[in-house]
Design a protein around this ligand. Structure first.
Ligand SMILES: [Mg+2]
Length: 235
């Protein structure tokens, strides 16, 4: 058990909601739209290659904390040596297709709701600290679609509610302040060592790495778990 904790703060993506099906379909939808656009300009590009490249790029951009999708699409074609200027309205459309498909296909993990209800029942205050999706308003739209959101006492979208994103301590500290607790009375639960864990630590919180996959980076969490349900052993 972790002593002295009054609030449990969570990351959203790949912590509370399973993004893998949403990501895969979003990548597929963008690949298709881009292939069709290029075909209309007389350029044949393989859809599967586009899909694979987008998947690789997504991880790479996340590691670099570059969240603005409109910047991704020209970079993708550059890497594939496809020389074409994409019009701004197509960049917007691709980004919209990405987020719409993603939101429609991402679901809470089976243990998300029961775990939140367990923590609520134990009297913990609950919060979410999630980074902006790069385009203002998209994350808010996605959050509104989640029915478990009503369990939370505070939701911070870093990069929108605060100037800086994770791993800067700013959004973590704002969440604690809004909950009326001290940072050391918070535990932060997240899947990414380089944003959630480094940021939670920098803010002076206890940290729990929810290891959904290996990012190949240094992990400095106080505790490591494989599923949300394991939080019952800690809290
Ligand atoms: Mg995450």
């Amino acid at each position: 058990m972790i002593p002295g904790i009054r609030a449990v703060l969570f990351d959203l993506d790949e912590t509370l909601i399973d993004d893998f099906p949403g990501l895969e379909r979003a990548h597929r939808a963008v690949a298709r739209r881009l292939r069709d656009y290029l075909r209309g300009r007389g350029m044949e590009v393989n859809e599967d290659e586009l899909f694979n490249r987008i998947t690789q790029l997504d991880d790479k951009m996340n590691l670099q904390r570059r969240y603005i999708r409109n910047d991704w699409w020209p970079l993708l074609l550059e890497k594939m040596n496809v020389k074409v200027e994409l019009p701004p309205e197509l960049l917007d459309e691709l980004t919209w297709i990405y987020w719409k498909t993603f939101a429609d296909n991402s679901r809470p993990y089976p243990d998300t709701k029961p775990t939140l209800e367990y923590l609520k029942g134990k009297g913990y205050k609950l919060g979410i600290v999630t980074d902006t999706d790069g385009t203002r308003g998209i994350k808010e739209m996605r959050l509104k679609q989640l029915d478990f959101i009503k369990n939370f006492d505070v939701v911070i979208i870093s990069g929108e509610d605060t100037a800086r994103t994770k791993p800067d301590p700013q959004p973590f500290l704002l969440a604690a302040e809004r909950l009326g607790v001290r940072p050391e009375e918070c535990v932060f639960v997240g899947d990414k060592p380089f944003t959630d864990i480094d940021g939670g630590r920098a803010a002076g919180m206890k940290t729990v790495l929810l290891k959904r996959r290996d990012w190949g980076v240094r992990e400095r969490a106080d505790y490591t778990i494989k599923s949300l349900a394991e939080l019952r052993d800690l809290l």
